[in-house]
Ligand binder design. Structure first.
Ligand SMILES: Nc1ncnc2c1ncn2[C@@H]1O[C@H](COP(=O)(O)OP(=O)(O)O)[C@@H](O)[C@H]1O
Ligand SMILES: CC(=O)OP(=O)(O)O
Ligand SMILES: [Mg+2]
Length: 398
């Protein structure tokens, strides 16, 4: 059996899927799964669609291994696992999520060592993702030198955003150097946007919609005509919403204060902004929404409240960019599974006439708004892996 291997390295997860070519790309992968909890307690869940078997395995990581080291262990673990569970499978191509494409990469690309070297220069702009995305590609160059690999960029979907949404109010010379707003999670938004005509009807799917991708990394996208008009992340994936360990938007004066008054250097700041803040920093307990929702600690409740408040504020801001709000879509690990978070965000938006149907929200139904809600609210599981598979097959003409 011929198959396409897809790898999606997120900040806290490494997702994989092996899609059969029959002869076209199948809708359902033969093998799929993820190592989640990277940076805390990495755990693999996987599924073999052929046999219906499900697997859960904790990864053994030596005490004190940092997030980077844990990503490395997860990648090796997944390769070994796929190898063991795919006898008779002929991998004909591999597709990868690459978080930052910079200015140059606006569409999927065939990966060569030269392209990878160029993408390595963007590592400082996506330190939680880009190194892991590129590591997988380099490993495959060695393991499967004859297999063609395709890179699909998180930034690409946002090429259509409003011109005014591309720039920071900084001196033009810096903008010309590329210090501007790119946006991320584009493969997720692209996948969701493709489902909307079926879910909302053709006409409504062209209207103003906000998609909330709430995972360990979290962002939102304002859609119009199914295209990105603006998004909450900017130059890097630390901007916008509060996340698992990232601050999101922060008064730049705070950074000046930390440098000038507390003597923090770039490394300490990077750690603070990317790894020690967000849900983890505010709660002091965990970056994982599940753990916070289960906790009785006041600090866990405060972290969730801040997350929801800032998410609701961003929906207001992006509705402006979309030119209204006909539908709100939740996706990503938190967006798909945390009913309490969706309910609290909806409460903040009650003034718009948006209201949820609690029973539907609790069971994570596709449509979760109340009958008299002025705005439709949907839960649409994202599938970045399928989107990458689709681009890979198209680009390679398979
Ligand atoms: N059942 C659940 N209830 C609440 N939150 C959940 C649940 N399952 C997953 N999550 C949250 O989803 C987050 C991971 O989202 P995901 O989109 O998979 O992450 P990544 O950003 O690494 O791709 C976890 O940090 C966890 O907080
Ligand atoms: C861009 C980003 O934050 O990705 P993830 O949510 O997968 O960490
Ligand atoms: Mg993700």
């Amino acid at each position: 059996m011929k198959a396409v291997l897809i790898l999606n390295a997120g900040s806290s997860s490494l997702k994989f899927a092996l899609f059969p070519m029959t002869p076209r790309l199948a809708d359902t992968p033969r093998l799929s799964g993820q190592v989640e909890g990277i940076g805390a307690e990495p755990l693999m869940h996987a599924k073999d669609t052929n046999t219906g078997e499900r697997f859960t395995e904790a990864l053994s990581v030596p005490e004190g291994t940092d997030q980077n080291g844990q990503h490395r262990v997860a990648l090796e673990f997944i390769f070994e696992w796929i190898n063991r569970h795919s006898p008779g499978v002929d991998i004909v191509a591999a597709g990868h999520r690459i978080v930052h494409g910079g200015d140059h990469y606006g569409a999927p690309v065939v990966l060569t060592p030269e392209v990878v070297a160029e993408l390595e220069t963007l590592i400082p702009l996506a330190p939680l993702h880009q190194p892991h995305n590129l590591r997988a590609i380099k490993l495959l160059f060695g393991l499967m030198p004859d297999v063609r690999q395709v890179g699909c960029f998180d930034t690409a979907f946002h090429r259509t955003r409003l011109p005014v949404a591309r720039h920071f109010p900084i001196p033009r010379a810096l903008t010309n150097e590329g210090i501007k707003r790119y946006g991320f999670h584009g493969l997720s938004y692209e996948f969701v946007a493709r489902q909307l005509p079926d879910l909302l009807g053709e006409e409504k799917s062209h209207g103003p919609i906000v998609v909330a991708h709430l995972g360990n990394g979290a962002s939102m996208c304002a859609l119009r005509d199914g295209q990105s008009r603006d998004t909450s992340m900017g130059f890097t994936a630390v901007d916008g919403l509060m996340m698992g360990t990232r601050t999101g938007s922060l008064d730049p004066g705070v950074i000046l204060h930390l440098v000038e008054q507390k003597g923090m250097d770039a490394k300490a700041l990077s750690n603070l902004l990317y790894k020690q803040s967000g849900l983890l920093g505010v709660s002091g307990i965990s970056q994982d929404m599940r753990a916070l929702l289960e906790s009785d600690e006041e600090s866990a409740k405060e972290a969730i409240e801040l997350f929801c408040y800032r998410a609701a504020c961003m929906i207001g801001q992006l509705s402006m960019a979309a030119g209204g709000l006909d539908a709100l879509v939740f996706t990503g690990g938190i967006g798909e599974h945390a009913a309490a978070v969706r309910a609290r965000i909806a409460e903040w938006l009650a003034w718009t006439g948006l209201s949820l149907y609690p029973a539907a929200n609790e069971r994570h139904a596709t449509r979760i708004h109340a009958r008299d809600s002025k705005i439709e609210v949907l839960v649409v599981p994202t599938n970045e892996e399928w989107m990458i598979g689709h681009h890979t097959v198209n680009l390679l003409g398979l």
